[in-house]
Write a protein that binds this ligand. Structure first.
Ligand code: BYC
Ligand code: FE
Ligand code: FE
Length: 472
């Protein structure tokens, strides 16, 4: 029944003709955007073995089939409502959640939804050239799975804009298709979403670290008093898990292969000579995407964040695990950087909510790095990856005007200029990566030299399954 509709959904769209018409009007513009700005070279002649959400229950959600990408059935799905759900934090703690947008919070909510929505198509734009450089059909399929789901996340936000924000919401939905990642005149809103992702090391680091910011931000929005926002972000989180899986296992497979190649080549040899990716280059890309993703959490001290919390719009990750939810007289002991020295000061906790979420995020990232380092351990190697200090390479917040090395040691501008490519990818690193990715690998079961095969395939299919088919 659901699949007969133009826009698959579990929000009973056909009962709201106005909304249905508005979304059906937006749909062709979305498809045009996908064709223009989505995966380049994979629109009309390829079928991809993807998972399509056709409902939120486990069976409907895990529905796999071959589809041409522009024919993917992007739908609108909200997690099931929680009966008698109550506001979980802030000044309205304990009151019933909202099914409509309160007038006084309309602008703030719109801004949060637009900011979230803007990242989704941005990531598809950033990744549009990767298909032609893929390390295998398995990876190509995973890239497209992530891309179509980010497209669906845009649908999720556009549904909210159209349903609850009237004319303004419809205008915002149009603009979400007009801003473009990296465009000088109309860039995407948040900085990390304007950075190019043209090689697969960047792609895997992005899905590891930047999609994980998606996870922390969506967790905080899923606490929201606006119930439709909470429900839509809750379902998005189930998809986010797969994006981080792609990133974490992608890097793990590169590490595995690097270790193998180092062993074969004799440990003192440069692994690039045998076509692998050296550990320092992997560390630099980690530094890059971790620091950019820290910025995505906003300033350490933020009156916006305080106001989102007070008004019940954006909570903490796992709000129910905290003892106290009103957080009026609590303080956060924060490290500032003054006169070249760190000093700690107490900040009202509500003003530190961006930092509280960042703390959660850093912990989640650190656990992933521990898992990566087990690969070195298993190979008996002493190399390790590590997260840089959170002051390193920041463009937002109180550290952004200063320079620090990855251990958090302050540097002068001159020292930074001299050494920054010890810690961040250089032009030469990018060129090297592009050189080993110049030829895509389209043969089922074959993998580029710099990456190990995955342990298992998708949906119990073999690793050598033809995950993407070409049509004549
Ligand atoms: N770049 O009070 P402040 C995802 C602005 S990822 C540029 O510190 P606030 C995904 C800010 O707008 C998750 N500008 O921050 C992942 C403000 O401007 P005004 C995305 C920035 O307001 C992979 C000023 O600086 N979700 O889903 O607390 C693939 C001072 O702001 C940045 C969300 O972001 C930046 N990085 O904002 C696909 C959730 N950071 O007021 C998808 C929605 C801050 O001075 N957004 N600014 O003009 C929010 O919750 C918040 O707006 C922020 C922090 C987290 C962005
Ligand atoms: Fe997303
Ligand atoms: Fe994602």
């Amino acid at each position: 029944m659901i699949s007969a509709e133009k826009i698959p959904n579990n929000v009973n769209l056909s009962s709201n003709k106005r909304l249905q018409r508005a979304l059906e009007h937006w749909q062709p513009k979305y498809i045009q955007w996908w064709r223009d700005m989505g995966p380049q070279g994979f629109q009309d002649y390829h079928r991809v073995y993807v998972r399509t959400a056709i409902s939120v229950d486990p069976e409907g959600w895990a529905h796999f089939e071959y589809v041409k990408l522009p024919e993917y059935r992007w739908g609108i799905f909200l997690a099931d409502p929680t009966p008698d759900r109550r506001i979980g934090f802030g000044d309205f703690f304990g009151q019933p959640v909202w099914q409509e947008v309160p007038g006084e919070f309309r602008n703030q909510l719109r801004r949060l939804i637009v900011t979230q929505g803007d990242t989704e198509p941005a990531s598809v734009e950033q990744q549009r050239l990767l298909g032609r450089r893929c390390p295998s059909l398995y990876d190509l399929r995973n890239l497209f799975q992530v891309n179509v789901e980010e497209g669906r996340h845009l649908w999720a936000m556009v549904y909210l804009l159209h349903s609850y924000f009237g004319r303004d919401g419809r205008d915002e939905a149009e603009e979400l298709l007009e801003r473009q990642s990296g465009n000088r005149d109309k860039p995407r809103i948040l900085e990390a979403f304007n950075e190019p992702i043209d090689n697969w090391l960047d792609f895997f680091m992005f899905t590891m670290f930047t999609d994980r910011d998606g996870k922390s931000q969506l967790m905080s929005l899923s606490e929201s008093s606006l119930d439709p926002l909470s429900r839509t972000t809750r379902f998005m989180l189930t998809e986010e898990a797969h994006h981080m899986f792609v990133g974490e296992t992608g890097i793990a497979r590169i590490l595995e292969r690097t270790c193998q190649l180092m062993k074969q080549a004799g440990y003192s040899e440069d692994v690039r000579k045998v076509g692998g990716i050296d550990i320092p280059t992997i560390q630099k890309h980690l530094n890059q995407w971790f620091s950019l993703s820290l910025d995505l959490h906003g300033s350490e001290v933020s009156s916006n964040a305080a106001s989102y919390f007070a008004n019940g719009l954006k909570g903490r990750a796992k709000e129910d695990t905290f003892d106290e939810h009103i957080v009026k007289n609590a303080y956060y002991n924060m490290e500032f950087f003054e006169d070249g020295k760190p000093v700690t000061k107490d900040v009202l906790m509500r003003n530190a909510m961006n930092e509280v979420l960042r703390d959660w995020y850093v912990g989640d990232c650190a656990a992933g790095v521990v898992r990566w380092n087990r690969i070195f351990e298993a190979h008996g190697m002493s190399d390790r990856l590590k997260l840089p200090d959170r002051k390193f390479h920041r463009g937002i917040g109180m550290y952004s005007g200063f320079h620090f090395d990855p251990d958090g040691v302050p540097l002068t501008a001159g020292q930074w200029e001299k050494r920054k490519y010890d810690w961040l990818p250089s032009e030469a690193d990018s060129e090297y990566l592009l050189s080993i990715m110049a030829e895509p690998v389209y043969e089922p079961g074959t993998f580029a030299n710099y990456i190990a095969p995955p342990r298992r395939g998708v949906n119990q299919q073999p690793v050598a399954f033809e995950y993407v088919r070409t049509e004549q």
